[in-house]
Design a protein around this ligand. Sequence first.
Ligand code: GDP
Ligand code: IMO
Ligand code: MG
Length: 423
Amino acid sequence: MKVDVLLGLQWGDEGKGKIVDVLTPKYDIIARFQGGPNAGHTLEFEGIKHVLHTIPSGIFRDNVINLIGNGVVIDPVIFQGELEKLKPFHIDIASRLLISKKAHLILPTHRILDAASEAAKGKNKIGSTLKGIGPTYMDKTGRNGLRVGDIFLPSFKEKYKTLVKKHKSMLQRFDFEYNLDELEKPWFDAIEKLKELQAVDSELYINDALKSGKKILAEGAQGTMLDIDFGTYPFVTSSNTVTAGTCTGLGVAPTKIGDVVGIFKAYCTRVGSGPFPTELNDETGEKIRKEGFEFGATTGRPRRCGWIDLPQLKYAIMINGVTELNMMKADVLDNFETIKVCTHYLINGEKVEYFPYDVNDLEITPVYEEIKGWNCKTTDLTSFEDAPKELKDYVQYLEQKLETPITVVSVGPDRKQTLNNKH
Ligand code: GDP
Ligand code: IMO
Ligand code: MG
């Protein structure tokens, strides 16, 4: 068996949580491979909306194991908060959720360092979610980090103190006030709770599962343009959000990767700072934000909105080896006479069809093709065959330009508002 992957092709918030939840009945294991509580994955069914940050989006389905891989970073306090929110649903967390011993821990001082670093950057700030993601991955690659497996060691408190000492000396360089004492007790309380869950050698678990014929779906967080290597650096997150991240974040060999589902919105959004060539700072952008309710699931910040960007999507499809596409939030464009698609850019008067290296510094003019909108309600559709002709045309147009089939079209946040496009 192989591991299928589902990940975002834009700047995050494409609707990964919803689709993972929809796909989960086809799988035995759902595994997160990178990121942490910077992610906010929304699921909706039976009239209830759930937002998950660290826990994989397969958690609501019976008979499925949810695994937090070694590539993930965990804030025990936020994680505990997520578990609390799941309590009313009587999910047997202890048997359904596994955590890699090699996943790194976010310390309270990582969060403080994140905030201090962002404050020091002033107008050049990344627009981080302030969850301590960057500093935690820095300690991981700097070989100073604490891992889930460490919490069971008698030396854990010592290791913690050593790292916090280092952080305190780093914080002296910033003019930043903080109160660590009030954060430490809840953190250690949450560590005790974490001990009650199953910490495993997840790479062994996954590979054994593959051998015994289990079906596994890897759930990406963030999006391709936020990848530490291939995103709009430095306005990115600190992990590999792309397919390759599955291999390092779960311990799965490249030869064991199966289908790669790339998911994107029928338009485009970004939250936080950094380049966004097709951003609309006008009424249209405002209208997309309003109709799409584009506010961050983790931070509540308004998301920046714009049209779909083909050079950007082609780049993401290439980097991830996408085998099929899912188009989300088509319904958000229900009230548009025309829809625009960026086919290429003009840079210094020249036509550019790829995503350029110096995107941060260049003056990029997106060039658009206008497409006729469907201009009618799609949220009640139950079959793609019944979709308005213009929506079908939009899907076909994108499939042709992106040279990849669009197998799912989503027309609302609910599980049920998911249309299969048969090929
Ligand atoms: P994720 O981070 O990729 O899981 O996405 P988020 O949960 O951060 O953001 C996606 C938002 O869009 C959530 O509020 C979802 O409930 C919502 N959503 C997902 N699919 C659709 C859709 O097809 N139509 C609409 N209107 N909303 C959707
Ligand atoms: P999901 O999984 C959208 C953005 C932040 C910021 C940058 C760095 O819900 O799609 P970080 O806290 O990682 O250091 O922030 O990345 N960002 C996201 N944007 N969706 C996310 O996750 C994001 N996670 C991080 O806004 O610009
Ligand atoms: Mg999100």
